[in-house]
Design a protein around this ligand. Structure first.
Ligand code: HXC
Length: 276
């Protein structure tokens, strides 16, 4: 049973903190933004699409959360710095960066265009670095902070037609470990989360592999078969939810995360270990 509506965290756990969530207006990012705000953090949603971040801001504000939003493409390093500087000037601090923004699609490596490669690597890997580098001065000045980046599990073995994304996420893993060690003296904890299959609307749209590819489609099964599919393919017997992922981010942002850095948390119901 999923536990979407149950918070295991105490009320006000993250009160007084300020967090920036890239891609925080939809899918997993929205789940993260909602939980952090529900726990008292002021959440700044940074995303490319106004239709995503405006709707998310209204929804979180209506639920009583402290939230603001800003337009950001994480590929634009100058804009990343401008946004981060704006947040720290307005709030006087920045406690948490969640590098959640990602862009992926299935495409054969043999014909992947240079621009297609670049688009995904720039969002997933360069974007993570740009944002992490941009928050460093503020986190250092305030005596510490937390960075949580979004990885995946598809690169643990290999996932055809996703060379761009798997390469980028392997880079995110490396970056996580390196920055964790390099920035530990500044008390900046750097960790990553690796979500398993979470059938959000955006993911289901983006990840229906071409029928002729022979790649197993983890999402595009008929809705009435979703439960049966999960029971068969995911050891813990159900699909993941944004809340499953958000819980780990909240944990890492809390004092429980004080001694955790350089870790990559797989949150997938055991899916990758059992993958055929
Ligand atoms: C082949 C493609 C393509 C596709 C885009 N391109 N989609 N090539 N197959 N399906 C190529 C384009 O032709 C172009 O190359 C280049 O990529 C850039 O495309 P643009 O559309 O101009 O880029 P942009 O508007 O910046 O869009 C970025 C994007 C897009 C990554 C391409 O898909 C995006 O914004 N996605 C965000 C949402 C998303 O993907 N979410 C999923 C995250 S979930 P040319 O050569 O023509 O110029 C997740 C979980 C993974 O990551 C789970 C896996 C199962």
């Amino acid at each position: 049973m999923a536990s979407d509506n149950v918070s295991v965290f105490r009320e006000g756990l993250l009160a007084g903190q300020v967090g920036l969530v890239t891609g925080g207006g939809s899918g997993i990012g929205l789940g993260i933004s909602e939980l952090l705000a529900a726990l008292g953090m002021h959440v700044v949603i940074a995303s490319r699409k106004p239709e995503h971040f405006e709707a998310a801001r209204e929804r979180i504000a209506a639920a009583g959360g402290a939230v603001s939003s800003v337009a950001l493409d994480v590929r634009d390093q100058a804009r990343v710095r401008e946004v981060v500087d704006g947040v720290t000037q307005q709030h006087g601090r920045l406690d948490l960066l969640v590098n959640n923004a990602a862009g992926n699609f299935y495409a054969p490596s043999a014909t992947l265009s240079p621009n297609a490669w670049k688009a995904v690597v720039e969002i997933d890997l360069y974007g993570t670095f740009h944002c992490s580098q941009a928050v460093y001065p503020a986190m250092k000045a305030q005596g510490g902070g937390r960075i949580v980046s979004t990885s995946m599990t598809l690169h643990y073995r290999g996932w055809p037609q996703m060379a761009h994304a798997t390469a980028a996420k392997a880079g995110v893993d490396a970056l996580t470990r390196t920055l964790a060690v390099e920035w530990a003296p500044e008390r900046i904890r750097v960790n990553a989360i690796a979500p398993g299959p979470i059938p959000t609307e955006g993911v289901r749209k983006a990840f229906t592999p071409p029928a002729e590819s022979g790649i197993p489609d983890r999402f595009a099964v008929a809705d009435q078969q979703m439960d049966a599919y999960a029971q068969q393919r995911i050891p813990l017997g159900r699909w993941g939810t944004p809340r499953d992922i958000a819980n780990m981010v909240a944990y890492l942002a809390s004092p429980a995360g004080d001694w955790i850095t350089g870790s990559i948390f797989v949150i997938d119901g055991g899916e990758w270990l059992a993958r055929q």
